[in-house]
Design a protein around this ligand. Structure first.
Ligand code: BDR
Length: 318
């Protein structure tokens, strides 16, 4: 079976991504590390347990990770994910936080990777604080990973949080830098504009979320707030997704980790992160000329098998 470690800041698309993995029979999730991001860590923990509960998978260990960025100012994305990170839908019977593991996320992640050398695929759809701290504590981690799949960054200069910055890279810019410098394992990046280009038509969303299951009903409810934001005229104009549909960014990174054949075309490039700049801090930088003298290249996703991807999303709510 495929062994995964998942690092999340459970907002709406993280929840969707996690549900993709939960239905795969041949996938073992060794652990989920939670981190600040879309919403404060306390909500992320609660949201992650809520998703696992709906899927009957509270057996998967969930760990508490970093609650603040290394240096960047703390920020959340409540405009898009709601104040609680899952669209502010009341939960009459929330799972108890006592279900969380007592061990902290970073040591647990390091242990899982070291106990399964060469076997763990790490999927990170959040600010990269936990991953950056892990490699500082144990520099051997990247060599022991099978692969790393990230949602974050942007290849051109179009941001979604600042003029040139994507949320996960802006919310912990130094961590993104450390990860792109030090994780020399095979690295696959689903960047912001790739997910915009590959967004899900609204007609598909109706089919996907309209399935007659508890999982679909849960997903439909928690997605309603983001959906109405994404369909508002303002959002469509600033994010340039007008009429294109729902952008479930984190699902691209997760789906590609589950089935690499979804990636029809990738570009292998040297990437880094801008640490300064009034408008460009947090922007992903592509070094086409090799001026940074970095050996390690990452695969930036270019083209996806959208039909197969939609099939996986349908299956995840059945
Ligand atoms: C990223 O930021 C968050 O809002 C999403 O969950 C995704 O990980 C997109 O920029």
């Amino acid at each position: 079976s495929k062994k995964l470690w998942v690092d999340l800041d459970t907002g709406v698309d993280d929840a969707q991504a996690l549900m993709l993995a939960l239905v795969e029979p041949d996938v073992e999730i060794l652990g989920i590390s939670c981190v600040h991001g879309n919403t404060p860590l306390q909500n992320v923990l609660q949201n992650t347990l809520r998703v696992l509960k709906v899927c009957g998978r509270l057996d998967i260990p969930v760990y508490k990770g970093c609650q603040r960025p290394l240096l960047s100012p703390k920020q959340h994305a409540s405009d898009y994910h709601g104040k609680d990170g899952l669209g502010d839908v009341p939960d009459p019977d929330p799972p108890s936080l006592d279900l969380l593991q007592k061990e902290k996320a970073v040591p647990a992640m390091i242990k899982a990777i070291k106990n399964n050398p060469g076997e763990v695929t790490l999927v990170a759809t959040a600010p990269l604080t936990n991953l950056a701290v892990a490699v500082q504590l144990d520099p051997s981690i990247p060599k022991k990973l099978k692969a790393l799949f990230l949602m974050g960054g942007n290849v051109d200069s179009r941001g979604n949080t600042t003029v040139c910055g994507e949320f996960n890279f802006v919310a912990d810019t130094e961590a993104a830098y450390v990860v792109l410098e030090r994780y020399t394992c095979p690295t696959y990046i689903a960047a912001w504009e790739f997910s915009c280009r590959s967004s899900l038509p609204w007609s598909f969303c109706d089919q996907w979320l309209g399935q007659c299951t508890d999982k679909a009903q849960f997903m439909k409810q928690i997605t309603a707030f983001s959906r109405s934001t994404a369909q508002s005229e303002d959002y469509e104009t600033t994010q340039s997704t007008a009429g294109k549909g729902f952008n479930s960014c984190d699902c691209y990174a997760m789906a590609a980790a589950l089935d690499e054949s979804l990636m029809l075309e990738n570009e292998e490039v040297v990437v880094s992160v801008e640490l300064e700049g009034a408008h460009t801090r947090g922007m992903m930088v592509v070094d086409y000329m090799g001026l940074l003298k970095k050996k390690h290249k990452a695969f930036v996703m270019k083209k996806f098998d959208l039909e197969k991807f939609q099939g996986m999303l349908m299956k995840s709510l059945q």
